[in-house]
Ligand binder design. Structure first.
Ligand code: SAH
Length: 250
């Protein structure tokens, strides 16, 4: 049996009771690098822990190796907790792992978690949907999927909804520039939360045009970029302000 468990954004009290219970039941925990130690340590003391960390820029295990590992552990009769940051179904490669389980006839169950963009919305009291302001919320990668790149940016720029962009910290200025190039307004509010859902979060806020024209030194840690009119409704008071000339850290 494999449980695909959402660990949430990285605080030990931002995961579900079900996740906590299954972590206690598991014989082996297979976790990503983004899952902080506080969460991994919620597992049973005698449970085996395997880090299959994918740090940015280097993959210690390929996805195929991870799939093979999970199938092997489950075939040995172990109860496997596959722990992923945020929600397992959002940019978590869960689709590939589930396909491997189906092929091997292994039972699995998915346990949802708080995805980073929603943790960022909570941190800043930003209503990602709001009557008359934003009729929807789009979670998207900041890297356009290669051959569909143009369509990706055109759709996002024209959506008129709140965007929650993942994996975009190192290319934040380019992301803003692409959205503007595809028709989004330079005055569109944007907010960035580094370490969302954690005690050490850092906020940045401003407009798309200002973000596009600045190369920023963000705080260390994973980040989500929220874009759209609804962002202006959030409480970004503690945020560093992005202005056309500067981008200060609070
Ligand atoms: N399954 C995860 C996403 C994994 S992809 C989820 O649902 O949240 C990795 C990306 O998630 C990072 O590049 C970053 O954009 C985002 N991320 C993960 N944890 C984060 C956190 N605590 N704060 C801000 N962004 C985070």
């Amino acid at each position: 049996m494999v449980w695909l468990i959402g660990a949430g954004p990285g605080s030990e009290d931002l995961l579900t009771l079900r996740a906590q219970r299954l972590l206690q039941d598991a014989d082996v925990i297979v976790h990503d690098q983004l899952v902080p130690d506080v969460v991994v340590q919620m597992a049973r003391r005698d449970a085996e822990q395997i880090a299959v960390g994918k740090a940015k820029g280097h993959h210690s295990f390929s996805q195929a190796q991870i799939n093979t590992l999970l199938v092997r552990l489950a075939s040995e009769g172990k109860r496997v907790a596959r722990l992923k940051s945020g929600d397992p179904m959002v940019f978590g490669r869960a689709g590939e792992e589930i396909a491997a389980f189906r092929k091997a006839g292994i039972a699995y169950q998915v346990v949802p978690g708080v995805s980073a963009a929603l943790a960022a919305a909570a941190d800043t009291a930003t209503p990602v949907t709001l009557r008359k302001v934003s009729s929807g919320f789009i979670m998207a990668t900041a890297h356009g999927a290669e051959d569909d790149e143009l369509q990706h940016w055109a759709l996002l720029a024209g959506a008129g909804m709140t965007l929650g962009l993942y994996m975009g910290k190192s290319i934040a200025a380019q992301v803003a520039a692409r959205l503007v190039a595809h028709g989004a307004s330079e005055t569109l509010p944007v907010g960035i939360v580094v370490n969302a859902g954690r005690a050490n979060r850092t906020l940045y806020s401003g407009a798309l045009g200002a973000l596009a024209s600045n190369q920023l030194d963000f705080a260390d840690g994973p980040a989500v970029i929220l874009v759209g009119e609804a962002v202006a409704e959030g409480d970004w008071a503690e945020a560093a302000q992005m202005s056309a000339s500067s981008f200060k850290v609070a």
